[in-house]
Design a protein around this ligand. Structure first.
Ligand SMILES: Cc1cc2nc3c(=O)[nH]c(=O)nc-3n(C[C@H](O)[C@H](O)[C@H](O)COP(=O)(O)OP(=O)(O)OC[C@H]3O[C@@H](n4cnc5c(N)ncnc54)[C@H](O)[C@@H]3O)c2cc1C
Length: 689
């Protein structure tokens, strides 16, 4: 049987992650990769991660990123950027390339985007014109300092962390002369603020400390503003040392025009147009995906060094003569190291697929969000409540649309009409992103960190040394920061608790399950059937838990009952990752023949990726089954009989349907494990260069 011949190259990835027709993104990938594998890798190899200080050597990373177009990637062409339109996929690809080598380097790039995001998402045109041209590196002949930013939300204990509602950072009116722009005094202490060491601007979250300012806001501060600007001491991080993190103390006077999104004056009171919570919601919507992608990049980057280590483990010893299995296969003579590597690889694939799919959906969502805002504005609808009411009014249309889409012969007129309706499409995409974004951040980083430990373990003692090729030990620890910053697991789980039971998302889920069943009917030897059955089980469990109570009469599925709602959130993240992974394999199978490089050996490549998917789908089925079993049975009286569960038979049938479809999953794992013993790898790792 044909199997994977070489490690997947750019041609394969461009098809799977859908940027084969995006020359701009392909160039971005190449230039970012050059920085990652030369400058960033060299800094790590030279021991720059052993200091908390922001050294001149580390700063060379910024210059390299400027030169490679990483810094200006976030900007629209009119401000000196080179990618037109939404940048979610671009951000994720950049993060992937940098994190392949070093998570800190990736964070260094991402933190600038984070600082700019409030202005990009909620800023006025004047604010964009004021800031964005300065972000672009100076062109030949230009003499100006490049602006580098930090985003300051988190505050010293006991203030803002996971809970971002109550801020200790304050803004008050400093001077307000009749007919003139008010001047504001901003007092903000931050904790763990990335890029702060060298930032010359900060977008800071502050609350009003003055009856003449109505609400909280995000405000733009410049290093040259009147007042004091102390970047603070470097954080003694154990991780991501190629990014600069500090606890700043800022106290500056700024014009009110710096309030992101602008303000109006009503009855002598400054009313910010955008509160800090509205701004951060839209900021994190976009920037959490690349963080998830970063951890997946680490897992995929581990494959090559692990294979090389395994194969070479006994070479040079007397007992391993060339041509002998001990010489040729080394540790790969054993089943377990190959199986474990397959698990690591499958997790990396699923996470990357989830991250890139979510990025692509967000790219579409950005335009829909703007379209929705323009439409509602034209209808004179404004304010959170009025907007929610307008959207609620089209929910039935969205559900009717999804019902038709889900039928093999759905009504073409209804579908076409809903596809042209901005509000319906906004609702559908909103439902998708509301689940996919937190799933990506939660699952990729959380389970990814666990699997990074597996990758490290496969290298034995070498894995936890600085000499380990691919810097795997450092990546393991780095993954934990990715699970923590931009909102740790609880933040993602809390969001999922509010989005997974929404009717539009559940309608999407039903359609996806039907699609998976159709795929499984064509390909019974894959994990598609197990995944479809797991989704059925999960949807039933959500319904059961929503309408059931514990012996004390307390509802089971409830935001406050994290033991239930968080576990169901975890389960959905597994399902989303596996589904995206399958879609990417099918895309490769469909489009691979069009590319001569990919077409050669495609059968083996697709078989291998499908086997990885099947391995992962089986694991997903196990996790979902375990979670559902614990939640559905775990709140019954211990002395009772599980069979007294009112829906016992339905539950058993659903569980059996999952288990029955696991047939063959270990055969897929054996095939994938065989493939990792056969695949060709380069003689040496291509970084540091
Ligand atoms: C290196 C680094 C860089 C960073 N960069 C930035 C930056 O640039 N800008 C910025 O603003 N911030 C930044 N942060 C801050 C980061 O976003 C926070 O550390 C993170 O959001 C967690 O907040 P915390 O540390 O206060 O944790 P806590 O809020 O103290 O949480 C501790 C634990 O309790 C859990 N928990 C907390 N609340 C709940 C709850 N309600 N329900 C269930 N569980 C809960 C959490 O999930 C976590 O496991 C950075 C942090 C680090 C370490």
């Amino acid at each position: 049987m044909e199997t994977l011949r070489t490690l997947p190259g750019d041609d394969v990835r461009q098809i799977m992650w859908r940027f084969a027709d995006r020359f701009d993104l392909q160039m971005l990938v190449q230039s970012t990769r050059a920085v990652a594998r030369s400058v960033a890798a060299r800094l790590v190899a030279d021991g720059q991660r052993t200091t908390h200080e922001w050294t001149a050597e580390k700063a060379s990373l910024l210059t390299a990123m400027d030169g490679a177009g990483v810094t200006s990637m976030f900007l629209e062409p009119k401000y000196g950027g080179y990618i037109e339109g939404p940048k979610n996929l671009a951000m994720s690809l950049t993060a992937f390339e940098l994190a392949w080598v070093d998570g800190g380097a990736a964070t260094c790039a991402l933190a600038s985007d984070l600082a700019l995001a409030p202005i990009n998402e909620k800023g006025t045109e004047e604010q964009k014109d004021f800031v964005f041209p300065n972000i672009c590196p100076p062109q030949p002949g230009e003499d100006r300092e490049i602006w580098r930013g930090a985003f300051a939300l988190t505050e010293p204990l006991p203030y803002v962390g996971v809970d971002t509602g109550v801020l200790v950072g304050k803004v008050r009116v400093a001077e307000w002369e009749e007919g003139k722009e008010p001047m504001l005094q901003v007092d903000k202490r931050g904790r763990f603020i990335t890029n702060m060491e060298f930032a010359n601007f900060v977008t800071a979250a502050v609350a009003s400390d003055d009856p003449r300012i109505k609400s909280s806001c995000i405000i733009l501060l410049l290093k040259d503003d009147e007042g004091s600007w102390d970047p603070g001491a470097p954080t003694k991080k154990l991780v991501h040392q190629l990014s600069a993190t500090n606890d700043p103390v800022l106290n500056v006077k700024v014009p009110a025009s710096r309030i992101i999104g602008g303000y109006t004056v009503k009855d002598g009171v400054i009313v910010p147009n955008v509160s800090h919570s509205d701004a951060i919601a839209s900021v994190f919507t976009r920037t959490r995906i690349p963080v998830g992608v970063m951890t997946s990049a680490k897992l995929l980057s581990a494959v090559e060094p692990v294979i090389r280590y395994q194969r070479q483990r006994f070479r040079g010893g007397e007992a391993a003569q060339p041509g002998s299995p001990r010489y040729e296969l080394g540790l790969q003579m054993n089943e377990d190291p190959c199986h474990r590597l397959v698990d690591v690889w499958a997790t990396g694939e699923a996470g990357a697929s989830l991250g890139f799919e979510t990025s692509r959906i967000c790219d579409r969502f950005d335009a829909l969000e703007k379209g929705k805002e323009a439409l509602l504005h034209s209808q004179g609808i404004s304010g959170v409540r009025a907007e929610a009411k307008a959207l609620k009014a089209v929910q039935d249309k969205a559900l009717a649309y999804l019902a038709e889409v889900g039928k093999p012969d759905g009504d073409a007129a209804i579908i076409a009409d809903a596809e042209a309706d901005v509000l319906v499409q906004f609702l559908v995409h909103h439902a998708m992103t509301g689940v996919l974004i937190p799933s990506c951040k939660l699952w990729n980083t959380g389970f990814g960190a666990t699997m990074m430990r597996e990758a490290v373990s496969l290298m034995g003692g070498y894995g936890i040394t600085e000499d380990c090729p691919g810097f795997l030990g450092m990546k393991w620890m780095d993954a934990q920061l990715e699970a923590t910053y931009e909102g740790p697991e609880s933040v993602q789980r809390r969001q999922l608790t509010t989005t997974i039971d929404q009717p539009v998302f559940l309608a999407l889920c039903r359609n996806w399950t039907a699609e998976l069943k159709a795929i499984a009917a064509d390909r019974p030897a894959t994990g598609a059937g197990a995944l479809a059955a797991s989704m059925d089980l999960w949807m039933w469990a959500l319904d059961y838990l929503t309408k059931s109570k514990d012996p004390q009469g307390k509802p089971l599925f409830h935001a406050k009952r994290q033991g239930v709602s968080f576990a169901m959130a975890d389960a959905v993240a597994w399902l989303m990752a596996a589904r995206c992974q399958l879609l990417d394999v099918l895309e490769l199978e469909a489009k691979g023949p069009e590319n001569p490089v990919v077409a050669d050996g495609l059968e083996g490549t697709v078989q291998f990726f499908m086997d990885l998917f099947t391995v992962h789908a089986a694991r997903t089925a196990g996790e979902v089954g375990r979670i559902v079993a614990e939640l559905v049975l775990g709140y019954l009286q211990p002395e009772g009989d599980a069979a007294s569960l009112p829906e016992w038979e339905t539950y058993c049938n659903l569980r059996c349907a999952v288990e029955a479809r696991l047939a063959g999953c270990r055969l897929a794992k054996d095939r994938a494990a065989h493939a990792v013993t056969q695949v060709m790898i380069p003689e040496a790792l291509d970084y540091p260069q």
